[in-house]
Design a protein around this ligand. Sequence first.
Ligand SMILES: Cc1cc2nc3c(=O)[nH]c(=O)nc-3n(C[C@H](O)[C@H](O)[C@H](O)COP(=O)(O)O)c2cc1C
Length: 165
Amino acid sequence: MHRQFTDEPVPRELLDRMVWAASRAQQTRSGIRNIVVVDDPRLMATARQVLPGFVNNAPAMLVHCTDLVAAEKLAGRACVEVTTRLDAGAACAHLALMAQTLGLGTCTVTSWSDATARALFDLPEHIRPDVTVAVGFVPPSPPRAARGFTTAVHHNRFGEEWVNA
Ligand SMILES: Cc1cc2nc3c(=O)[nH]c(=O)nc-3n(C[C@H](O)[C@H](O)[C@H](O)COP(=O)(O)O)c2cc1C
């Protein structure tokens, strides 16, 4: 995750590549995922003021959204409540990986209210904002990650130790 970016705007061709990467992530059914690409400097400035978790200076962001009507129609309540959330996470992972190949960085951001994000991006009632992903060029010496990456791994049953080969 990156929170410090250069001032350089992200060219549209690179934003295209990022959209492609997110679009190729798993999707419970086709026709549910919506992405808003934001690169208007004024809108980005407003986003920084009204989305509390958006604590970065990225010049662009992708807003991953779910069409709730399509999700319910195509795959039911579990799709609305659970699987589309998994799809959003998968898109974030694709974006983080694609960013690295393009010299870009991302920050996954969800600390904001649904209502604020809806108003900011003019989302209709049936479109739910899932996650905002900051996108920008990474400075030559980005700050080191603040936190470690620990995962508890279990073998066959919870609580039994997985021993590395
Ligand atoms: C679902 C999700 C939501 C997150 N929300 C925020 C957020 O609102 N603001 C933010 O700056 N980072 C957010 N992050 C980034 C995490 O804080 C980051 O993954 C964590 O800091 C570890 O990465 P780091 O060590 O590179 O910082 C979020 C990450 C995930 C996966």
